[in-house]
Design a protein around this ligand. Structure first.
Ligand SMILES: [Zn+2]
Length: 203
């Protein structure tokens, strides 16, 4: 009987993953007057990184100065990224750090992305600014969902030449464990409810 329940539970979960792809929605607030091309095109590589882990990601953007785009007030539960320009005095210090996530306990509240550094590194390494911006935003979104740094993938502490080369090849992703953790964060309640429903039905 226990075995039947376990199998039903597994089927419900498997059915759930087919029917219901976890969706991540991160609002991107542009305070830095990022050029149109970069603000329009970062979403494709950022989404591709999450799609590789079985997650559909949406990146509605708002230009703060001109109130263009998705500029509705933020909901309490909404995660967001602010793209900012650092004051000149802070530009050199930690130049390889492209962003940071503000946390409350283990929970990420929001992230900063430092546009000047992204733009400069894109120039230095011959990578499209939108491609680098997409990777930096995906990295910070990983933090917002609770991931820590890890060697080698998109959650590497710094995105330096080897990571940027892999980024250009479309080959810089979350690890399998990180992907599983992200899917858990995004879809725990759905699976728990389906599991309870299937257990009740089998009694
Ligand atoms: Zn980080």
């Amino acid at each position: 009987m226990r075995r039947t329940l376990a199998v039903l539970g597994w089927l419900a979960t498997a059915g759930c993953t087919w029917a219901q792809i976890p969706i991540l929605r991160v609002r991107v607030l542009d305070y830095a007057r990022v050029p149109d091309t970069a603000l329009r095109e970062f979403a494709a590589p950022a989404s591709e990184i999450f799609r590789h882990s079985g997650i559909e990601a949406q990146w509605p953007t708002c230009r703060i100065q001109t109130r263009q785009g998705d500029c509705e007030p933020l909901a309490d539960t909404e995660v967001f990224v602010k793209i900012v320009r650092l004051p000149a005095t802070q530009r050199r210090h930690g130049a390889a750090q492209f962003g940071t996530t503000v946390r409350q306990g283990a929970r990420g509240l929001f992230s900063y992305v430092f546009w000047g550094r992204v733009e400069q590194a894109a120039r230095d390494h011959g990578i499209a600014p939108s491609l680098l911006l997409g990777h930096v935003i995906a990295h910070e979104a990983g933090h917002l969902l609770g991931l820590e740094h890890s060697a080698g993938g998109i959650m590497n502490e710094q995105l330096t030449a080897p990571e940027l080369l892999r980024a250009m090849q479309g080959n810089l992703h979350f690890t399998d464990e990180q992907g599983a953790a992200l899917r858990d964060v995004l879809a725990p309640r759905v699976e728990a409810r389906d599991y309870r429903a299937s257990s009740a039905a089998s009694r």
